[in-house]
Design a protein. Structure first.
Length: 319
């Protein structure tokens, strides 16, 4: 019995050590991200923060608040709206920008469809996610933004790992992964030629767990869809899809059932699946992510279209 008690004490001590190490890591990552954001403000004339209403872009907003406090965030937020967003995300987006008093620019994929610039996909796996590229590039050109700050992380998808923190795009908004400038330590080179622009990734060195740990530490509010809740869903290809809207295509034989689920990522409804979960609080989400062996992108059907799906979209100008 005495040996067992000692083992329990050792395990509890190990948990405390891991918690302290995780906190130190998050603090270091926060400092790096704040440095990057300040470099963006110093080196570029007209930056913008790409905002989706998801946890990564919400984390970026908090980091920008801290980077420029007590002043307001010195650049607008840009949301490329597919028209197929989860309602919880849009409600949260509008409330957040009102509370912070920041400028929100919204450009809609539906407008690109109506203008004949892109063609909406049809069929069982149709999605508007890839159509965002055209709308994004048009918005960057419309406002002459020279730097677009995004919440990409290198643990999301393998194509992300090839990016620099300051990732240059050509005058067509395209990315050449084989021709990138070196990026040594904290020397961030924002010099670009006329017509070029830069994607900036302040949380490039973060993981999904780091983001959640930061949200936990900072007590950041996030959309309710990230927490476990009962939702009408159906199963397709082993994945759980929302059946509470008319966006996601559903066959007649695909049975709708109520399940306890949450979303690890909140992209376009047509390509974002849920996961079974009982995590109804930040603490429980962090514990769940810590134990998970599956990437959050495993619930994104658009990444499964081919081995190089994300890389091809990035080459075309995607975020």
């Amino acid at each position: 019995m005495e040996i067992l008690e000692k083992k329990v004490e050792q395990l509890n001590g190990l948990k405390e050590d891991l918690g302290s190490a995780s906190l130190l890591n998050v603090n270091a990552l926060e400092s790096e991200a704040i440095y990057i954001l300040r470099e963006v403000a110093a080196q570029f004339e007209k930056p913008v923060l790409l905002f989706s209403g998801g946890k990564d872009s919400i984390t970026l907003v908090r980091l920008a608040q801290k980077a420029f406090y007590p002043a307001k965030i010195p650049f607008p937020l840009l949301h490329i709206d597919t028209g197929h967003n989860f309602p919880e995300t849009i409600e949260f987006r509008d409330r957040l920008v009102e509370e912070l008093g920041v400028e929100l620019i919204v450009r809609n994929v539906q407008d690109s469809i109506d203008q004949g610039k892109v063609v909406e996909e049809k069929g069982k796996y149709a999605s508007r996610n890839s159509l965002q590229t055209t709308t994004l590039l048009d918005a960057l050109e419309e406002f002459k933004f020279d730097a677009a700050i995004g919440g990409a992380r290198r643990d999301e998808e393998k194509a992300r790992a090839k990016e620099r923190i300051f990732s240059v795009r050509d005058d067509f908004g395209q990315w050449d992964e084989k021709n990138q400038r070196p990026e040594l330590f904290d020397h961030l080179n924002g010099k670009i030629d006329l017509g070029q622009n830069v994607r900036v990734f302040p949380i490039s060195n973060w993981t999904e767990l780091d983001v959640w740990s930061y949200i936990q530490k900072e007590e950041i509010e996030i959309p309710s869809i990230y927490f476990a809740h009962k939702r009408k869903t159906f199963i397709r290809d082993g994945m759980i899809w929302s059946a509470e809207d008319d966006v996601v295509f559903r066959e007649e034989d695909e049975i709708v059932e109520e399940r306890m689920v949450r979303f690890r990522t909140v992209g376009d409804m047509s390509c974002t699946a849920a996961v079974l979960s009982e995590a109804v609080s930040i603490d429980k989400v962090v514990a769940e992510i810590r134990e998970s062996k599956i990437s959050e992108r495993g619930a994104r059907i658009d990444d499964k279209r081919s081995e190089a799906a994300m890389e091809k979209r990035k080459q075309q100008g995607y975020f």
